[in-house]
Every structure is written in structure tokens, then in C-alpha cells.
Design a protein. Structure first.
Ligand code: GAL
Length: 718
């Protein structure tokens, strides 16, 4: 519109003939989004300019797996999908139905349902503010069976079914004084969202269920990570002031206490200076890094190094990285711009020479989430030209991609830790952790990570009682990474002697379950199925109303039934185990069961079918339940996974009365050769015969000679 017309409107309040002015307050004035299918069941649209986004740091889509998953319908009315570039923000509007529930929106510590909330997705050290999270993944999943991703480096604001445009479908108006059911947050018929700037890319993932939509999202981001075998073992972290000798003593202590140990984490003090970091070994505490790593390798123990990204002037990579750092420092260290290939190369050269070539197995990347008062300001400038807020939003993701590329270049898998992430991270070998320590919040995060394409560890640091110590060990033993991070207090697994045996037992139970868990991770890698899943990703829990237990009898709260199902203190591990961790002081645990018969993991006894059951907790047992027909391969407990060798005998458990199958996956557990077919899948089958159940091993497919040996079948439910 030219200035003449604008002044006419201002002065006379009129639009000159021939210039019908679009009312920018109406939905119809927004552009209708044009979608292109980019993979089966995946659609993309661009609003405004193409911009830098998280997916630049994801692995390429797993096209064959997406094709195998098959086609899906576009999930909503295309005519109702709108978007526009406004005066300062690019925004979108996608329709939702009244019955839909929304999940996801990154790694959240509270609840499952996201509908009726506003999220300002910003990477931050968890501060309890909605949307401030270690992983502000702008991906949401609908109970109607689709997912939406905003691919951006910016901080999006998402109105998840809240805020009512004047020409949208509005709920009936109720007078608050005389009427009933006035709503402070009237139901809205759309998800609206925006980012600052002139462009936004949106992806829609179709599906016949929320799980299928999540699978498509993960596969589009390269599939899920397959950790090395050792990554699923026990991880222990050393005090920051430890020397090489202290570490060796600690390894001996683990042997003395007959306690599993696969990975030792070194905290900041392995370096010559930390906060900011040199990334160089401290010559006093670690005079001979190669000799030290070799000794640990002989014991089958891997080393993980703590780092934060900020570079100390004494670092041997300081001069090389300096040209590629931003305008501001963090703790007086320089901040590399890892969006630049040159900066990545400097980091890779240094880390290869000083760490990977010596045998370091992975990293714990700290402080990439940060607090505003610690990290660089939003107006910081970086040599790539990206602004400070964008670099921060993607920093943890960029580092994950960089390190993955590095480990891939030497054909070794890694499995480490990171405190900040974003979309597109599913194939990266990193697990998120936090300084936040609420046990229930930890378990909620574990469930929600399945709807963000990330992994989370409810690591243990401390406890006020032996009961809490044991309860926390039980949860972390049933999580993506079994880590004790109690280096600061010096607390050891055996520090609460009254429960040492029970702690050892649950750690051993995890070790025994590794054939099952590793196969669940293979499903993550190949099919995008998260190994740890929120209940809302299970059939019958996804709002489709197929759960028989519990009627919609609460007229006051029409959502009572769906809320009952949106449990975040229980979750699925692999295809058939339901984990319901007990918390300190919890004597009875309410567990909501999906449809079908369910059995107690320990006894094989029937516990229920759908509905809510109340189980009496036992201190030494984490409540675990198995689906009818569930098959669980277990191996002997070992203290170190490197000692396993081949011909590992398997006890294969079957629960319930139904026939079932389990795809037992195996490979070398160390390299990426599985991507070239170097793996094996053996089908374990239970059939119903006239005289009862019978188990057999089906054929093995794949080029890899599986490490598993003789199978003993155990029918848990007689
Ligand atoms: C914290 C981190 C801890 C520990 C510590 C080392 O920020 O969350 O896990 O690594 O730094 O100083």
C-alpha cells in the first residue's frame, strides 16, 4: 500500500474505490499454506523466507524405513491451514478438533497434556517456567495421530489450542455472574504459533496413532540412536579433583563391592583448567593419559570426559579457534561458533588427537542450556552472522552433531550426555540430564522425552534416606542411561549399606535385561519407536477411547477419563514391559493398565486387564508388568559388558496365555557396521499348541554372527 492511500485512510477513514483493503484481523486474509509431500506421510510448507533451523543438524531422513511405514493421510483440512509474515513475526495457524489432546513441546517435567497452554520454547537450565527447558523441541503430537514440527533456530511461541481469533469457531459465551461453566481459557479451534523474523518452515507427520506420528518424526530425523553395548551398562562419575591413581582405586573398589561398572566419567578437573575449559589433560593429575586409558580399557572400563564449550586462553586449541568465536565470553572463555565448518574442524582435530585417538568413548557436554546471567546475551554477534539467541537455541544440538560426525569418522559409536538439545536429535548418541532433582519430575521427563525425539536420564546424586536411594536407583535402572552422578558428595552405590544388596540387584536386573533393551533400541533406530514411551503413545491411551476400564462418569469434568490415561509416573520400556516406579513413602501404587491381560514381571501372576489397579509396593522391587504374550530375553548378570564373549546363554521368559514373537537384535555393539547390514535378528516365538505353550527360535537373518547361545524358555504364567 502506498503512502497516499495510507494517508487517505488515516484522514478520511475511507478506502478509495478500487482498493478493497484486506482486513488483516481476519483468518481469510492469511495465506493458505501450500504443502508438498517430502516423504511418505510427511509434508512440508514454507512461510516467508527459508531460514536456518534445527534440522540442519539432524541426520538425513531414513527414507527406506519411512517408505516401509507406508503412506498416511494429510491429517487436517488444508484450506484451514494458514500462515503469514507479519510486521515482526512469522506466524501459522493449524486447525484442531474439540476432542484432540496435544502432547510433546520438548522435554517437560510436568504432566503430559499441552492443550490450553502457551509455550515460549527457549533453551534454558530448567527453571520451572513453561517452555524453558533443556530441550525446547517445537514438536507436538496430537491424540488424533499426527505430529507438527517447527523447524527453526528461533524461540517459538506456541499457543496450543488457546487464544481465540474473532472469526474462528468460538465456544458459547457464558455470563460469569449468572451462568455455569465460564472459561478463563475458552477452547480454541487451532494451534497458533510464531517466531520472530521473516520465515518459518513447518512439517506435518501423519499417522494412524500418536506413536506412528512420532515414528515418522524420528525417522525423518535419521531414526533413533543405537548406543554401543557398553553405553547401556553402569556409568559412574569421579570427583573433579581425582587423579589417574584415584580413578584406578575407584575401579578396584567397584570390584571389591562386586558392583557393575562400564563407564567412568571424569568431571571438570581432568583438564589443566576448567570453567572455561582447556580440553587438555592436566599434567599433574593425568601425567600419562594414554597409559591411564589403556589400563582402564584392560578392565573393560570406558572413559567419558566432562566439558563445557567455552575455551580457556591456555587451551592448545585457543589460537586456532579464536577467529571463529563470538563477541562475548562465558566465564571469560571464548565461545566457538560451531555453525561454521572451520570451527568444527578445529574442535575435531583437537579432540581426535587428544582424546579419541587415545580411546576416550564419549563426552558429557555441560552448560549448553545455561542461565541468561551465565551465557552470552541475545545481542552477541558471531562470525557466521547468526544472532546470539539462535546460536544458543541450537548450541547443544550443534555440538551433538559435531561429535557424532567425529565418532563416525573413526567408525566408533558414542553414548554421552548433554544438557541442551533441540529438534532433530534422535539419532545422536546423547542423553539429557539436569541439576533439577525432583524424583517424580524426573520420571515425568522420562515419559515426555519420547515425544521430543530425545533421551533423558533420571541420574542419581543423593538421597535423604536409604529408601530414597534405592527408589532412585530403581528408576534410573529403567531409563536410557544408568548413571550415578554423586561425585560431589562422594556417595557410592554402597553408601547406604542397608540397601546395598537391593541396589546391586536392580542394577543386575538391568544388565540381565540388556538383550531386550538393546533390541528395543534397534526398534528406535530402524523404526523410530522410542525405547521408553509415554503411556499416551500406547493404544487405548491415545484418546481413541478403546480402553474399557473406567467410564466417562464424571459429568463435571468431561476430560476425567482421558486425564486418567495421561499418566506420567509410569511408562513403557520396549515392546511389552510397563514400568511404574515407586517413590519414597509410596506404599500403594496406582497403575493404569492398557487393554488386554497384564502380568507381574516377578511372579508371572495375572494383575488386571485395562482399568486402574492398586499394587502394594515392596521396597526391593520396582513395580514391573508384562503384556500378555510378552517375550523377554534375559542374559546372565555381569559386572562388565566387555567380559561377555560369545555363546551368551539366554533365559527367554514368556508371560500370559497368548502366543507372541520377539525380534532379538544383535551386532558388534561398537561400530556403525550395522548400517551396512552387519547385524542379526533372530525371531523368538511362542506358539499355543494343544498341550500348552511352546517356544522356539525362528531363523536368524542378517550378516552378523549373533553372540547369543543356548536358549532356555521360561513360561512365567502357568
Ligand atoms: C554441573 C553439571 C553437573 C556436574 C558439574 C561439574 O553444571 O550439571 O552434572 O557435571 O556441573 O562442575
Amino acid at each position: 500500500m502506498n503512502n497516499f492511500i495510507r494517508s487517505l485512510i488515516l484522514v478520511f477513514g475511507m478506502v478509495p474505490a478500487g482498493h478493497a483493503l484486506a482486513d488483516s484481523t481476519l483468518i481469510s486474509s492469511m495465506e493458505t499454506l501450500q504443502w508438498e509431500m517430502v516423504a511418505p506421510g510427511v509434508w512440508r510448507t514454507q512461510i516467508g523466507d527459508e531460514q536456518w533451523g534445527a534440522l540442519d543438524f539432524a541426520s538425513p531422513p531414513r527414507e527406506s524405513a519411512l517408505t516401509e511405514l507406508g503412506p498416511a493421510e494429510f491429517p487436517f483440512d488444508k484450506a484451514r491451514c494458514r500462515g503469514d509474515v507479519g510486521p515482526s513475526r512469522t506466524h501459522f495457524r493449524l486447525p484442531i478438533e474439540d476432542t484432540e489432546r496435544l502432547y510433546g513441546m520438548g522435554l517437560e517435567f510436568r504432566g503430559a497434556n499441552r492443550r490450553g497452554q502457551v509455550y515460549h520454547l527457549k533453551v534454558d537450565h530448567y527453571g520451572g517456567v513453561k517452555g524453558y527447558t533443556h530441550a525446547p523441541v517445537p514438536f507436538y503430537v496430537s491424540s488424533a495421530g499426527y505430529g507438527v514440527l517447527l523447524n527453526t533456530a528461533r524461540r517459538p511461541t506456541i499457543h496450543a489450542g488457546i487464544s481465540n481469533r474473532k472469526d474462528s469457531k468460538l465456544p458459547p459465551r457464558v455470563d460469569r455472574t449468572t451462568g455455569k461453566g465460564w472459561q478463563a481459557r475458552p477452547t480454541s479451534d487451532a494451534v497458533e504459533g510464531s517466531v520472530y523474523g521473516t520465515g518459518l518452515e513447518l512439517f506435518v507427520f501423519g499417522g494412524s496413532s500418536p506413536l506412528e506420528a512420532v515414528q515418522r518424526y524420528n525417522l525423518f530425523c535419521g531414526g533413533g540412536v543405537l548406543p554401543p553395548h557398553w553405553g547401556l551398562g553402569f556409568v559412574h562419575r569421579m570427583h573433579t579433583k581425582s587423579s589417574d591413581q584415584d580413578v584406578l582405586k575407584e575401579v578396584a573398589e567397584f570390584e571389591k563391592y562386586d558392583f557393575p561398572l562400564d563407564v567412568l566419567g571424569l568431571e571438570p578437573g581432568w583438564q589443566s583448567a576448567a570453567y572455561p575449559c582447556t580440553f587438555d589433560w592436566d599434567p599433574g593429575r593425568f601425567p600419562d593419559p594414554q597409559g591411564f586409558l589403556d589400563k582402564l580399557a584392560k578392565n573393560g572400563v570406558r572413559v567419558n570426559l566432562w566439558e563445557n564449550p567455552f575455551v580457556h586462553p591456555d587451551s592448545t586449541m585457543y589460537e586456532a579457534i579464536r577467529p571463529y568465536t563470538g563477541s562475548h565470553t562465558v566465564w571469560l572463555g571464548e565461545v566457538p561458533d560451531y555453525s561454521l565448518p572451520e570451527a568444527r574442524q578445529v574442535m575435531m582435530n583437537h579432540h581426535n588427537k587428544n582424546h579419541l585417538d587415545l580411546g576416550v568413548s564419549g563426552y558429557k557436554f555441560d552448560e549448553v542450556d545455561g542461565f541468561d546471567v551465565w551465557l552470552w546475551p541475545d545481542h552477541a554477534t558471531f562470525p557466521s552472522g547468526h544472532d546470539g539467541a539462535q546460536i544458543r537455541q541450537l548450541y547443544g544440538l550443534m555440538l551433538q552433531k559435531l561429535l557424532m560426525d567425529q565418532f563416525r569418522s573413526v567408525n566408533k559409536r558414542t553414548y554421552g550426555l548433554v544438557r541442551g538439545s533441540n529438534a532433530g536429535a534422535s539419532s545422536h548418541g546423547f542423553v539429557i540430564y539436569s541439576d533439577y532433582y525432583d524424583h517424580k519430575g524426573y520420571v515425568t521427563a522420562l515419559t515426555n522425552c519420547s515425544m521430543a525425539g530425545v533421551l533423558w536420564t533420571p541420574e542419581i546424586r543423593s538421597a535423604r534416606s536409604s529408601e530414597e536411594w534405592l527408589r532412585r536407583f530403581q528408576s534410573v535402572a529403567f531409563s536410557p542411561m544408568l548413571q550415578l552422578n554423586a561425585w560431589a558428595s562422594g556417595t557410592k552405590p554402597w553408601s547406604f549399606p542397608e540397601v546395598t544388596d537391593q541396589v546391586r540387584e536392580v542394577v543386575q536386573l538391568r544388565m540381565r535385561l540388556l538383550p531386550y533393551l538393546y533390541s528395543a533400541f534397534a526398534d528406535y533406530q530402524q523404526q523410530g519407536i522410542p525405547p521408553f514411551r509415554a503411556m499416551v503413545l500406547e493404544a487405548g491411551f491415545d484418546g481413541s477411547g478403546t480402553t474399557t476400564g473406567g467410564e466417562l462418569d464424571d459429568v463435571e469434568n468431561p476430560y476425567a477419563e482421558i486425564q486418567r490415561l495421561e499418566k506420567t509416573d509410569q511408562y513403557m520400556m520396549g515392546p511389552s514391559i510397563l514400568v511404574a516406579p515407586a517413590f519414597t513413602g509410596e506404599r500403594n501404587k496406582e497403575v493404569v493398565l492398557p487393554n488386554g491381560d497384564w502380568y507381574d514381571f516377578y511372579t508371572g501372576k495375572f494383575v488386571g486387564n485395562g482399568g486402574t489397579i492398586s499394587v502394594e509396593t515392596q521396597l526391593d522391587r520396582i513395580p514391573l508388568f508384562v503384556k500378555d504374550g510378552g517375550i523377554i530375553p534375559m542374559m546372565p548378570a555381569v559386572n562388565n559388558l566387555a567380559t561377555l564373549g560369545t555363546k551368551i546363554p539366554l533365559e527367554v521368559r514368556h508371560y500370559g496365555k497368548q502366543a507372541g514373537t520377539f525380534s532379538l537384535y544383535d551386532d558388534d555393539g561398537e561400530t556403525f557396521d550395522y548400517e551396512n547390514g552387519e547385524f542379526s535378528v533372530t525371531e523368538l516365538r511362542v506358539q499355543k499348541l494343544a498341550n500348552g505353550l511352546s517356544g522356539e527360535q525362528g531363523p536368524t537373518i542378517g550378516d552378523w554372527q549373533s553372540r547369543y547361545g543356548a536358549v532356555t524358555w521360561k513360561f512365567m504364567t502357568e
